[in-house]
Design a protein around this ligand. Structure first.
Ligand code: ZN
Length: 246
């Protein structure tokens, strides 16, 4: 079965819609959603409601989702993230608050594991180097793990026989084969706020039979989101960064 792998939507409805339209065209049979559904962008309730309708979706929370329902301390957030969090909190409905509170922060089965940050620190750690990858390996519940949080499409491998550890960026349309000789951790990048200097939405497709992952990018109407963010008085730095992909 093909599964859409999406993370860090951050209340960006136009980006989410484009990505889901493409995944429907690719005829995926389900979805893996890696947290940070809300925070930063102007459409928190709409994004949650779309996810609630997705068939066969495994969905975990991220640190921003917990922050808006006060399960995560926002004193560590930078000023813009904090402002966006407070704005989001003021907009959520009782139903969408309940929904965020109902989500798990780790999901795993015998094939794959889902966490927002890292296996070692599921909500908050940025898995962005080989040292942190190594420290997370004892916490893995499966040989394939999907993460989000850094908003960077990254691929980590450990060769089981030699113990060799590697990390690299994954490129658009690149397919990686998730063979059993390796441990694999994949970050599909961010749907709603990419940070690899490519402003297009980033996501992937995991084929659970062929054990392949392909990274995809999709353009969306960034200007429309920026107009809405301005209307809602969200921080200018958050508006600007969308078109820069930073
Ligand atoms: Zn995020």
């Amino acid at each position: 079965m093909k599964l859409g792998v999406i993370s860090d939507i951050h209340s960006n409805l136009p980006a989410l819609k484009e990505v889901l339209a493409d995944l429907a065209e690719e005829e995926v049979g389900g979805y893996l959603v890696l947290g940070d559904i809300v925070g930063y962008g102007p459409y928190p309730n709409e994004c949650i409601e779309i996810l609630q309708e997705l068939p066969n979706a495994a969905i975990i929370v991220g640190n921003h989702d917990w922050a808006v329902i006060e399960l995560e301390d926002i004193s560590q957030f930078n000023e813009e993230a904090r402002q966006a969090c407070l704005w989001t909190k003021s907009r959520l409905t009782p139903e969408t608050i309940d929904y965020l509170g109902s989500l798990e922060y780790i999901i795993h089965n015998n094939q794959y594991m889902l966490v927002h940050g890292s296996p070692r620190d599921p909500l908050d750690e940025y898995l962005v180097n080989v040292e942190r990858f190594e420290k997370s390996i004892p916490f893995l519940k499966a040989d394939i793990c999907f993460i989000g949080h850094s908003h960077l499409p990254l691929y980590f491998t450990k060769q089981k026989e030699t113990g060799n550890l590697e990390m690299r960026a994954i490129q658009e349309q690149e397919t990686v084969t998730l063979t059993s000789e390796f441990i694999h951790i994949i970050n599909p990048g961010a749907v709603g706020q990419p940070r690899d200097r490519d402003p297009r939405a980033s996501y992937g497709i995991f084929d659970t039979q062929d054990l392949k992952f392909i990274l995809k990018r999709k353009t969306y109407d960034i200007a429309a989101v920026q107009v809405e963010m301005t209307k809602q008085n969200l921080p200018q730095a958050l508006i600007d960064r969308l078109s820069e992909g930073i």
